[in-house]
Design a protein around this ligand. Structure first.
Ligand code: G3H
Ligand code: ZN
Length: 278
């Protein structure tokens, strides 16, 4: 069933666990994420990034509608979140396409401009009843944007920022980096705890694919509530496609290689969702 993001995040926080948010690129991602969540018997967030919307020819409607339909018939709670949005026109399309939350990404802007852009988006989104996440202290690793080791979110600045913007959750830089295909990231757990104590809203970890299991569980203990995972799904999906095609070079029906790839995502989702609830 479709559930608002704010409800899933609040429930997880109250229970001292984390809620995973998995990135959807293709309809198979949404199907697999929900299948994995159902196998775990736990709720999940489906998130579609601005980059994924661009991939679909700048059309939000088809992938949003497919994800919403899959969420609506799920046997567990599933929320729909629009992720890493820089384009304010896209921010304003979220509610009409069934999203209950948006991550407004002004993290590349200087502090004052990040505050101004985020506060303006928060005002518009709150007026429509949407939950808003934003980022302070850039988590690196997006395309053409290598992670700068040592970039960290300052707790005092985070307190000023959340008060000035009115956001409902804050993505912070604590050692993770986007798009890692090996799980070698080390997080600053003292900083996570200091951020948790400095601000009233829940913390969000981006770039979680590169974070080992024990680092993730320690991060949840220290105060992380929403855990964003994308690349780990693509690693599983593409690995299964490669393996299937290598085993049968004559294969041409996409259903024959997309089925094991979808199953591989579902297995990853079940494992990670279970880990984050433990
Ligand atoms: O917002 C999305 C996430 O931060 C995903 O990062 O692909 O490195 O897991 P990842
Ligand atoms: Zn991210």
């Amino acid at each position: 069933m479709l559930v608002p993001t704010g409800v899933l995040v609040a429930d997880a926080r109250a229970a001292g666990r984390a809620i995973p948010a998995f990135n959807v690129i293709l309809i198979e991602h949404a199907e697999a994420i929900v299948a994995g969540a159902e196998a775990a018997g736990l709720p999940v967030i489906l998130q579609i990034s601005e980059n994924a919307v661009k991939f679909h020819g700048d059309r939000l409607a088809p992938i949003a509608a497919a994800s919403a339909a899959i969420a609506a018939t799920a046997g567990v709670g599933v929320a729909l979140h629009l992720d890493h949005v820089k384009d304010s026109a896209l921010v304003d399309q979220a509610a009409a396409h069934g999203f209950s939350s948006v991550m407004v990404d002004a993290s590349k802007l200087p502090y004052d401009e990040n505050v101004a852009a985020t506060a303006a988006a928060v005002e518009r989104l709150h007026a429509q009843g949407l939950w808003v996440e934003s980022e302070l202290g850039e988590v690196g690793g997006k395309a053409g944007d290598p992670h700068a080791p040592g970039v960290r979110t300052d707790p005092a600045e985070a307190a000023r920022y959340t008060a000035a913007t009115g956001v409902d959750a804050l993505a912070v830089a604590v050692g993770s980096s986007h798009a890692m295909t090996s799980r070698t990231a080390r997080l600053d757990h003292d900083l996570i705890a200091a951020l948790r104590d400095a601000i009233a809203v829940p913390l969000v970890l981006h770039g979680s694919s590169g974070v080992p299991d024990e680092e993730l569980t320690a991060a949840v203990k220290a105060g992380m509530v929403k855990i964003n995972i994308g690349t780990a799904l693509n690693t599983a999906f593409t690995g299964a496609v490669r393996e299937t095609l290598a085993a049968d070079p004559a294969l041409v029906d996409p259903r024959k290689y997309l089925s094991p790839a979808r199953d591989a995502i579902a297995t990853t989702v079940r494992t990670m969702t279970t880990l984050l609830a433990s």
